[in-house]
Design a protein around this ligand. Structure first.
Ligand code: DX5
Ligand code: ZN
Length: 237
């Protein structure tokens, strides 16, 4: 365990308490024409982190943003920036995203460039050596055994509950037992991403997730504050 990472208490059974649940709105669903304002609005509404989806048109079919936009977000918000790299060869970009101000950098276990265990370990080491927290994500069809060997080098596991590439997709319930399985051996952050709303968020919290990433259910709601409260399991104000 690195000195730079703060463990959360082990939760081997039952759900992580609502007090520990962190809400990470996914900016993919926000109004990109007003990115700084949207970041400020969700911060004001009670968001804990900002989730930033980076796509390269190769690992996933969509294209989104790069390090310069992360740097702009860094200037616009004091919230931790949770950068989710859905790109081929993420190892070529890690230091750029860290320099831009990423707090968490998550790579995919399936990413070309990280196929060999030593390549993946090196990438995770590069993230931590740069002063950021290291995350590892897996697509819906990837089994959790693929990430288990890296548990001691991770600050966060990101379980995808949709196929990565776009927002607004339906939640895949097969992600629930995956979260439960990871919580059996991983005591730090377990984030879930894709189709998360108040109902699926509760199922994921009960399975052991403590970070809920949510795009559509926050940014397409009438009240960001109420959406974030209900994701947390609280009543709307
Ligand atoms: C999908 C992204 C998600 C996406 C989630 O590839 O990783 O973060 O924004 O969007 P919703 O919450 O709309 O499913
Ligand atoms: Zn994401």
């Amino acid at each position: 365990m690195s000195a730079s990472s703060t463990p959360i208490p082990p939760q081997r059974t039952g759900s992580v308490s609502t007090r520990q649940v962190l809400i990470a709105p996914s900016l993919l669903a926000c109004d990109f024409g007003h990115l700084a304002e949207e970041a400020a609005r969700v911060q004001e509404a009670g968001a804990d982190w900002l989730h930033v989806d980076v796509m390269d048109g190769h690992f996933v079919p969509n294209l989104t943003i790069g390090p310069d936009v992360v740097a702009a977000l860094r200037r616009a918000s004091r919230l931790p920036l949770d950068v989710h790299l859905m790109i081929d060869h993420p190892e070529a970009f890690l230091t750029r995203f860290i320099a831009a101000g990423a707090d968490y950098v998550t790579v995919h276990v399936e990413a070309p460039g990280l196929a060999r265990p030593d390549e993946l370990r090196q990438a995770l080491g590069t993230i931590r050596a740069g002063g950021a927290k290291a995350g590892l994500s897996l697509r819906p069809r990837t089994g959790v055994e693929a990430i288990r060997p890296y548990g001691d080098t991770l600050d966060l596991v990101l379980v995808m509950s949709v196929e990565p590439g776009s927002g607004g997709q339906a939640f895949l319930p097969e992600a629930i037992p995956k979260v439960r399985a990871v919580r059996g051996w991983f005591a730090r952050h377990i984030a879930v991403d894709g189709g998360i709303n108040a109902q699926t968020g509760r199922q994921m919290r009960e399975a052991g997730a403590n970070v809920l990433v949510a795009g559509t259910s926050v940014f397409r709601s009438a009240s960001y504050k109420d959406a974030i409260r209900s994701l947390r399991g609280d009543q709307p104000s």
